[in-house]
Design a protein around this ligand. Structure first.
Ligand SMILES: [Zn+2]
Length: 210
């Protein structure tokens, strides 16, 4: 059984306000005349988009000066046993440590808040993680935390305390996951970032295997 926890990547997918949405530029299309007027026998397109697109992995360089870029991160963060937990978080609040089962049962934890229900409609009142929760998970040996919202910090947060805690604890972040159809439990997570040299994030195809 495989759960695909990535939203579809299309021009309709919502990105952070001010960030670059996805566009597809078609250079060639099968059966259509190309610029040189020959009928093309291939389709060829170019992708333009933010790297914080849909389900994505933040690199430490996104929130830390001189911190590692996404190509420098170990793939073991993004591959292996993973616990999915569902929390009753109010919109616009941070998930506190006591809202999670203690202790957690895997090195990777995905937190379903249900506060960003439509990937094609950006709502700014999504829930986020408290830095205390990130620290508590770190103490329990957790190396990656994922969330079903665009950020582990609140929309209007300026000092990004949860991102900063991930940086200090050398943990990995997944954002933009779609967890609404996934029952709580233990899975194998596969969510590898692309080897984008120097980049501050990468889209991932995130799946959970039972
Ligand atoms: Zn982030």
């Amino acid at each position: 059984m495989i759960y695909d926890i990535s939203p579809p990547l299309s021009p309709r997918l919502a990105v952070w306000p001010g960030d670059t949405p996805l566009t597809r530029e078609v250079l060639l299309e099968i059966g259509r005349p190309s610029a040189s007027n020959f009928v093309s026998n291939i389709t060829l397109s170019t992708l333009h988009a933010t790297v914080h697109l849909g389900a994505h992995a933040d690199a430490p360089s996104h929130y830390g000066a001189d911190a590692p870029a996404i190509h420098e991160r170990g793939l073991d963060y993004y591959l292996g046993p993973c616990q999915v937990v569902r929390v009753a978080a109010a919109r616009g609040t941070r998930v506190a440590p006591d809202m999670l089962p203690q202790p957690v049962r895997a090195e990777r934890v995905l937190i379903a808040t249900g506060t960003f229900p439509d990937p094609e409609q950006f709502n700014t009142d999504f829930a986020a993680l408290s830095p205390e929760l990130v620290r508590r998970l770190h103490e329990q040996g957790v190396r990656l935390v994922g969330i079903d919202t665009p950020s582990v910090d609140l929309f209007d947060s300026k000092d990004l305390p949860s991102h900063q805690t991930f940086l200090r604890c050398d943990m990995a972040i997944l954002e933009g996951l779609v967890l609404k159809d996934v029952p709580e439990g233990i899975y194998q997570l596969i969510a590898l970032p692309l080897k984008l040299v120097g980049f501050d994030a990468s889209p991932v195809r995130a799946i959970l295997k039972k």
